[in-house]
Design a protein around this ligand. Structure first.
Ligand SMILES: [Zn+2]
Length: 236
């Protein structure tokens, strides 16, 4: 762990988390409903610049600091892990996006296409730039294959058992496969398996705490993202 880079990452993550707050609040609505654009306290219009704020009472939507600290933590971990290597950029990007996706998935059980789909060209471009800078062409090829393979496996699982994994999980799996594939096939397998393991443990814990029922909806996204994060930190 490179501590200087981790400290830089924490600072970048704090700013990125603050900037994400608006998008996370706006998109935290059930599928098919319009975006949230009014202040939860006074119903005034929310002005969206870099940081979203109510035009009437000045309040910023959402729980203070949670998103900022979570983003700072994961970006710090990515920067500490990859130090000055070019791939710190794609991995920090995925970590930041992952915090936004996990937050929305926990709130409303969905992973919006408006975040997952545009992330594909961004992540692939950033990995390609890293490949050019370091000559890591085999890693890039493996990332592309890994993304295709993991999304295909998730698609088959979603089709085999409707009501289990959703379309958002399939699209997130492609992004996870790109990042894990870059680090190697063992890391990809480890990360995906860890996602399912964390999900099983999480469901048992929530059942035990009576926070969900056996038929209750549970988001898979945060568990997959947790597995991916751990695999990135220890694998490759
Ligand atoms: Zn307000």
């Amino acid at each position: 762990m490179n501590l200087v880079w981790a400290a830089v990452g924490a600072g970048v993550g704090l700013v990125a988390g603050a900037a994400l707050r608006g998008a996370v609040f706006r998109l935290s609505v059930p599928s098919g409903e319009p975006d949230r654009t009014t202040c939860p306290r006074c119903a005034g219009p929310l002005r969206s610049r870099l940081v979203m704020r109510c035009a009437h009472c000045g309040r910023r939507p959402g729980t203070p600091l949670v998103l900022e600290l979570a983003t700072a933590t994961v970006v710090a971990l990515m920067c500490g892990r990859f130090g000055g290597q070019p791939e710190v950029v794609p991995f920090a990007f995925l970590a930041t996006l992952g915090v936004a996706l996990a937050t929305i998935d926990i709130a409303v059980q969905r992973l919006p296409d408006r975040l997952t789909l545009p992330a594909y060209p961004v992540l692939i471009t950033l990995l390609a730039v890293s490949a050019v800078m370091e000559g890591k062409w085999s890693a890039l090829g493996r990332a592309l294959l890994g993304g295709a393979a993991l999304s295909a496996v998730f698609l088959l699982m979603a089709l085999a058992r409707p009501g289990g994994l959703g379309g958002g999980d399939v699209k997130l799996a492609g992004l996870a496969g790109l990042a894990l594939g870059w680090l190697g096939w063992p890391t990809l397998l480890f990360g995906a398996a860890l996602g399912f393991l964390l999900s099983a443990v999480g469901i048992l814990a929530l059942l035990a705490a009576r926070r969900i029922t056996l038929r209750g909806d549970i988001s898979f996204g945060p568990f997959l993202l947790g597995g991916v994060l751990l695999a990135i930190l220890v694998g490759g």
